[in-house]
Design a protein around this ligand. Sequence first.
Ligand code: ASP
Ligand code: MG
Length: 833
Amino acid sequence: MSEEVKGAGSEVPGGDPVPRRVLKFGGTSVTGGARLDVIDQVVRERLQACVPVLVVSAFGGVTNLLVRVAGEAALGAFVSTQEEIERRHREAVLELTGDAREVVAILNEHLTELDRLLRGIALVGECSPRTLDHVLSFGERLSAEIIAAGLYVRGLPAQAVDASEWIVTDGRYGEAEVDMIATEARIRERAVPDGVVAVVTGFLGATPSGTRTTLGRGGSDYTASILGAAMNADEVEIWTDVDGVMTADPRIVSDARTLPSISYDELLELSHWGARVVHPKTVRPLRERGIPLVIRNTMAPSRPGTRVGRAETVDENGPVRGIASVDNVALLQLSGWAGANRSIAARLLSALDAAGAKVLLVSQASSERSVCVAVHGDSLVAAKAAVAAEFDMERRAGVLDGLVIEEACSVVAVVGDAMKARPGVAGRIFGILGDCGVNIRAIAQGSSELNISFVVTRRDVGTAVRATHASFFTPQTLTAQIFLAGPGRVGKEFLRQLGDVTGASGSDKLKLVGLARGSRAVVRAKGIDLARWSEDLEAGGGDLEALVEAALGWPHRPRIFVDCTASPEPAAAYVRLLRAGVAVVSANKIAFSSSGEGYEALRRAQREGGRLYYETTVGAGLPVLRPLADLLATGDRVERIEGILSGTAGFILDEVMKGVAFSDAVRQAHALGYTEPDPRLDLSGTDIARKLVILAREAGIDLHMADVDVTPLSDCGTDGSVEEFWEALPSSDARIAALRDEALARGGRLIYLARVTREAASIGLEIVAAEHPCSAQSGPQNVFVIESRRYKESPLVVRGPGAGPEVTAAGVFADVLRARAEAAEPPGRKPDT
Ligand code: ASP
Ligand code: MG
């Protein structure tokens, strides 16, 4: 029988050795019949595959009652507390065992012994630490007996074990140290018989000569890990009243979550910083042997809990595992000249240590003349006195600037094993804190790189923890908040496409929250229904300015302002929007082709991080501006761009080449909706000039509208009415027909060509050879021919539909998606995957 509880467990005939499994149930987990049901069920499940060894705490609150009764006994008045202790256990015996005869007898025996002890304390009027440990032992001894009896009544072969028989400690009462080797030997010698489920008292031990000791408050967890290590258990389960280790304190962070796994070191570090789920001593014996520790919730036994193991076994992503904080911290700053021989830091730390002040964090800059330490508020008085005594001489000599104390501080610790392998974690943390206006008073990173801790004022601790947590743990859904100005032809189509992709109410990626047209605006945080936006807009008040204001003050991120108008008002708001962090997507050429102060301010805002997207201002949805920007960014130099930048002009001249009279071709284009309502806008070349300016600028050529030499397509100017224009139009037919004939004779083609080089920019009718890429144009297509240092022999050609609501809206949509993606990953803020 002595071999039973040793090593890997007993042998099943012909099978593998059956492993031991230590299951510890804390105070709240053993109190009440419902809890015993859970214990009973867990034990039965474990019995299928292993030999369960239970460790139990005293019933909830009993240890505190025992501490109280011992104190009261020393003063001579302990009866009512003693009665409460007795009542609680009698009730437990009744509830858990139905007053099983054997356990009632044991209870009476224990209560009599306790009574004698308390009378003894009352008699001498004093309770030594050694006696207190004896008093406290009744909590666990009673709970182990009652739980064993309760399980026995339910048909399990349970038997209580007093751990003072097993766990050998030194004589430091109240916080005894365990002798592991002696303990292992005892457990081997005094094993319970095969087939018995031991219910072991937590928290208790005894000196080699048999005097009772305790392992420190909360020490039952430690008991479980001592037994786990001594028996070489396959696992230690700690059943408690929380789900496990969380990413942050749920009272501070509402969406803190339970970690499925964490490393021993991470758990130790988090407990050091106040995130106490298990007794800090619990980890060490298991860590040495690599025995996993699993934390489970007795109140919710189906939840998986947290598994603690070696770093390699942790199945979690991201560099950070948890964020903890300690309040009631004081920051001490000492500076001055403290003699040549010893640094201020060395003297300060040893003085604090001698005074028993708990130093949480130290930070010293390059000069040895100043140091900053964070101490727990409880040790502030002792710390102050120690510093005053140590530096008394310097202070009197006037070489010390004195001690600056800042109370009401907190330490926040960001913990994770993987931080050491990942650069940028500290930068990210401090960036976030800067963004939310939290001032950092001192910083320290442990040499193990397991944690980055920093001091903030108490007032900021919530913000600091929440912001850091959000950055590392909150899945970033990043619903783009879209504000649209001008649902005209393009804007309407954009809304239709958006609805097709996201459904009428938007998605978790894209949501329309604001809309303005003319003197109407509607803004809705929940999102505007894409199936009935026009009704909403009709009913809305406000105007474009209201939309801009809404975007500026909007609480959600990222915000995207979309300009589908052709008017100057929204453009005037771009700089304000960009400076406030709103991305701007524009199909409106005005801002980008203008010159002067407004334009300079726009570019400055963009250079300073404003996100601006305007691919559709040239060639509608065709990719032209972005490829140009890419050429530049990769060190190419654009020498020349030429092409057909107007779908209207393209269509008209394509018809002319087929033999149609110029004026008839313009009429056709008008009838097909290719022209503006006033076709003169297309024929004057101004709109093309705007595109050419935007193109040139994107290509790194500083071009202004006034520099473009524009020859209008038709001879009739822009004076007079539209009717007069139509009447006068045929007067251009002969000139253009002659040019066409010449083009045909040369085997070429007549086009309305826009061109910009490093020297000049022009727009006008030209005959190009058949090999020219513009000769392949047909209908309302646009053609862009880009010549650069790299694209010299064979230029880069982009050809395709350069107008029309559908392709333009699709281009706007693509810019919106790009804006959203780039908002999700601004520099240095990459969310971990
Ligand atoms: N009953 C002891 C205490 O309350 C030990 C434990 O619960 O872990 O400190
Ligand atoms: Mg690092």
